[in-house]
Write a protein that binds this ligand. Structure first.
Ligand SMILES: Nc1ncnc2c1ncn2[C@@H]1O[C@H](COP(=O)(O)OP(=O)(O)OP(=O)(O)O)[C@@H](O)[C@H]1O
Ligand SMILES: [Mg+2]
Length: 247
């Protein structure tokens, strides 16, 4: 039997977005007479598997479909075609600040996130000190989140996700935001997660970090799989495909 914890089969995702072409149309739309929609194909016929204990990286240009793919695997979104099978109790999607209430304090947000992930208050009480220590935001924990730097917000988000002990950790461009010290800390926390049989999927534009971190990399190009294989090989192919930098 395969040890795949994530199987993605022929997945397609389309977004429908309202279009506003000009002010006349906008006025008409406001009156509810005319609504033009555009269909954006975010993923098309995407298939791959992720093995237990593996770190799979997602790379590709802005808009290539990386976040959409993570959303589908986290089941915050249903694909329009194809299927996704996920073996594992918990998976956590990390998008910067998603699910956080910026008006509330760091500690309130820790509790709300924990509850949203199905923890009981007593469990959160037990984890609270570790979460705050790991994030390194103890002195700011009673301040509203909107007073945090973006790095501090992502440290707290990452710390919460790690302490939820997911089987599959889904990371969307968060590691690159932390400072060097926190990045090292995150990496060792991820090694622990992998050592106990966990799996990591991480989308990022920090290609050098991805080479170091990932076993395999999936390259998305306008919603389609353009490459899948050993991290260094795929990242090299992606880099070669980029237009030469100006200057
Ligand atoms: N809520 C939405 N409504 C309409 N279109 C969307 C929505 N979210 C994403 N898209 C479109 O789907 C495509 C894929 O977007 P996605 O966010 O998955 O890309 P990405 O690879 O994560 O990009 P980035 O590197 O910028 O994070 C893009 O064309 C984007 O415009
Ligand atoms: Mg994205």
């Amino acid at each position: 039997m395969s040890s795949a914890v994530v199987s993605v089969n022929g997945v397609g995702v389309r977004y429908r977005a309202y279009v506003e072409r000009n002010s006349t149309l906008r006025r008409a739309a406001a009156r509810g007479r005319l609504r033009e929609t555009a269909v954006v194909v975010a993923l098309e016929d995407v298939s791959f598997e992720v093995q237990r204990g593996e770190t799979l990286g997602l790379i590709g240009d802005n808009g290539a479909g990386k976040s959409t793919l993570l959303r589908v695997i986290a089941r915050t979104m249903r694909p329009d075609s194809g299927s996704v099978a996920v073996r594992g109790e918990t998976s956590t999607l990390l998008q910067l600040g998603a699910g956080f209430n910026l008006e509330l304090s760091g500690s309130r947000n820790v509790y709300l996130s924990g509850l949203a992930h199905g923890l009981r208050k007593a469990e959160i009480n037990r984890l609270f000190g570790d979460i705050v220590d790991f994030a390194g935001v103890a002195e700011a924990i009673d301040r509203p989140l909107k007073s945090y730097s973006s790095g501090m917000v992502s440290r707290l988000a990452f710390s919460i996700s790690m302490h939820l002990m997911p089987d599959i950790l889904l990371l969307d461009e968060v590691l690159a935001v932390g400072d060097a010290g926190f990045r090292e800390k995150s990496r060792s926390a991820m090694r622990e997660l992998l050592a106990r049989g966990g799996t990591v999927m991480v989308a990022s534009h920090a290609l050098r970090m991805m080479v170091q971190m990932c076993d395999r990399v999936l390259w998305l190009d306008r919603g389609r799989v353009r490459g899948l294989g050993q991290a260094e090989t795929v990242i090299e192919a992606y880099t070669r495909s980029l237009p030469p930098a100006a200057g």
